[in-house]
Design a protein. Structure first.
Ligand SMILES: [Zn+2]
Length: 281
């Protein structure tokens, strides 16, 4: 397959949409404490309109981790020093198991050559997951929009928490935190562009797990928070080599959903499985 980095054209687009429903309370925080003396210690994240929302980056992170774990169970890393060539799943946070170690990227950047050459090297070096979800060098081909509330305004509540000193087994600190109550509904929209069917399979694996309630979002998961499920999934798909579909899209600017979203996701997962098997053969 050619390097998508060189694709100066629009080849295909997949749009997945669904309602993400909070099954348990959700703890989507700011990641820093509030110093508002009238407020709670840990408020939920709110948008400019003051309504709670889930950052797309947060959902994308948990989905990516899930996909990495699945890929690792199918594909092992290459021998040390060899490029990953679109196989396996590296650990982007590790210095040793990272398909694009920072010192390597630094060397490439110092080496005279243009950005395109760097992109080629990075593409060759990258693992299956970094190629799709992106890395410090490669742009992601999957976008997760921020998940804004739909239907009613999400209800929030304040809960009490304590932190325990593990050594002394005493209560160290009492604090409270805000949660979004169960039943809140958020709009999920994921867009992938210029992707192969096997790459869509990778994304579909994560989306299916999310739909089944196997992926938790936000913080305090150990307390049973963060359980979600998906409702009413739709898949829209346009491949520009389908000239009639492309013309219709250009005329109207809209894409019709495929008749059966779940069947379509499964078909892409099948393409991924075929690709994994071919790689290990
Ligand atoms: Zn990687």
């Amino acid at each position: 397959m050619s390097t998508p980095l060189l694709w100066d054209q629009f080849r295909n687009r997949m749009v997945f949409e669904a309602r993400l429903v909070a099954v348990s309370a959700l703890r989507i925080g700011r990641g820093q404490e509030s110093f508002d003396p009238t407020g709670t210690d840990l408020p939920v994240l709110r948008g400019v309109d003051e309504r709670p929302f889930i950052p797309g980056s947060s959902l994308r992170g948990v989905l990516r981790s899930y996909v990495e774990r699945v890929v690792r169970s199918f594909e092992s890393p290459p021998p040390p020093g060899e490029p990953w060539r679109g196989r396996g799943a590296c650990n982007p946070l590790s210095f040793t198991d990272n398909c694009l170690p920072a010192d390597q990227v630094k060397k490439w950047r110092q080496h005279r050559g243009d950005g395109l050459e760097l992109a080629h090297r990075a593409w060759d070096a990258s693992c299956r997951v970094c190629r799709l979800f992106g890395s410090t060098v490669l742009a992601s081909r999957v976008r997760f929009a921020d998940l804004l509330p739909v239907d009613a305004e999400p209800v929030t509540a304040i809960r009490d928490g304590v932190s325990i000193n593990r050594e002394k087994e005493t209560v160290e600190n009492k604090y409270d935190f805000e949660v979004v109550q169960p039943g809140a509904v958020f709009a999920l929209k994921v867009v992938a562009e210029n992707v192969t069917n096997a790459e869509l399979g990778l994304l579909a694996l994560g989306l299916q797990a999310l739909a089944r309630g196997e992926i938790d979002v936000g913080g305090f998961k150990g307390r049973g928070l963060g359980r979600v499920r998906l409702e009413s999934p739709t898949v829209r798909w346009l491949a520009t080599d389908d000239r009639e579909a492309l013309k219709a899209y250009l005329r109207t600017g809209t894409l019709e959903p495929v008749p059966d979203a779940e069947k379509q996701l499964s078909a892409w997962v099948d393409a991924l499985i075929a690709d994994l098997e071919e790689a290990s053969a």
